[in-house]
Design a binder for this molecule. Structure first.
Ligand SMILES: Cc1cc2nc3c(=O)[nH]c(=O)nc-3n(C[C@H](O)[C@H](O)[C@H](O)COP(=O)(O)OP(=O)(O)OC[C@H]3O[C@@H](n4cnc5c(N)ncnc54)[C@H](O)[C@@H]3O)c2cc1C
Length: 303
């Protein structure tokens, strides 16, 4: 029996297991080829057990949140993809613990309704708490690092430990995860400290952020901002300046409304989107000497 088959037999009772599941069904781009194994889990225990089993069998693991910041290759992902839906929440005063598969936006809105201040800026950010930790998700001057106290991590050997937020080195859209220093670690749970606030005021602020987002961002299928903003200028301005606003490749397009949003207007392939990304980087480097760094992560088998 192969390692993949042994793993499949072990993880099957932990959730819903599918073989060859197209990732296009699980990414906001609507793009991505099949996963060898695709396991949906609904508890932190199942998430931890499946992650440990993959490491024990030496099978590559990808933990999927909402798929809102990834471009998955057309050839898909080898090994095990865990579709994380662990969402338990525990609130005590102003301190809240929440599992990593919970929706960040829904959680942020819930906290506003409960008169807890600190996350009104996050009500429109797609994704899970796990993804928010990895990228230190942020908007409108706020970011997760402002309120995150610590995270519970699953280590490759099966050990679980709480790690202080300061030790994750959270920066603008980055962390020790994005820098590859925590490879193989899975975020199981987050602990945040919020502040007492006024629910009506917080919901008013959240509504204002909703409006701002609606006005600025296109509705199509995307992964949000494609590039991080370099210190010199916003990425959208640079892409616009090199004449790429509205450019298409197959069904992939650079949005007319916001040139840092690349959208799937039908049946775009990952290769089409990647071509536009590479072309934007090339032109901006050539014309301005600025290296655009992708915010979107390339995942899976790009060989
Ligand atoms: C329309 C739109 C608007 C957006 N606006 C914003 C914005 O304003 N601000 C912002 O910061 N982002 C924004 N984003 C990007 C995206 O929402 C965030 O980056 C989000 O935090 C990604 O979370 P996710 O669960 O979807 O992660 P995924 O895309 O599923 O995964 C991303 C990475 O995180 C890893 N990961 C996920 N969960 C775990 C876990 N439990 N343990 C370990 N690793 C994990 C994955 O393995 C992968 O490497 C936007 C995206 C879209 C589509």
């Amino acid at each position: 029996m192969s390692a993949l088959e042994r793993l499949a037999a072990f993880v099957e009772p932990l959730g819903e297991l599918r073989r060859g599941e197209p990732l296009a069904r699980h990414t906001t781009f609507g793009i991505g080829g099949p996963a060898d194994l695709f396991l949906t889990v609904r508890s932190g225990e199942a998430l931890a057990a499946a992650a440990t089993a993959a490491a024990d069998e030496g099978v590559p693991l990808f933990v999927l949140g909402s798929g809102s910041n990834i471009l998955v290759a057309d050839a898909g992902i080898r090994g095990l993809v865990i579709d994380n839906r662990a969402r338990a929440e525990h609130l005590e005063g102003t301190v809240v613990r929440i599992e990593s598969g919970a929706s960040f936006a829904a959680f942020a809105r819930r906290m506003c309704r409960r008169a807890l201040d600190g996350l009104a800026w996050a009500v429109g950010i797609p994704g899970t708490l796990g993804g928010a930790v990895v990228y230190n998700a942020g908007a409108y001057g706020g970011c997760l690092a402002d309120v995150l106290r610590r995270v519970r991590l699953q280590l490759p050997g099966g050990r679980i430990e709480w790690v202080d937020a300061a030790d994750l080195r959270l920066v603008y859209r980055g962390s020790r995860f994005t820098r590859g220093e925590l490879r193989g670690r899975t975020v199981l749970e987050c602990e945040l400290e919020l502040a007492p606030g006024d629910a009506a005021d917080l919901l008013r602020r959240a509504a204002a952020y909703d409006e701002k987002r609606l006005a600025a961002q296109p509705r199509g299928r995307s992964a949000g901002s494609t590039f991080k903003n370099p210190p010199e200028a916003p990425a959208w301005k640079l892409i616009d300046a090199v004449g790429m606003r509205g450019m298409r490749r197959g069904d992939a397009a650079i949005s007319e409304k916001h040139a840092n949003f690349f959208v799937n207007e039908g049946n775009a392939s990952a290769a089409d989107v990647r071509w536009l990304i590479d072309e934007a980087r090339r032109r901006v480097a050539e014309q301005f000497g600025i290296t655009l760094e992708p915010e979107v992560e390339f995942v899976g088998d790009w060989s």
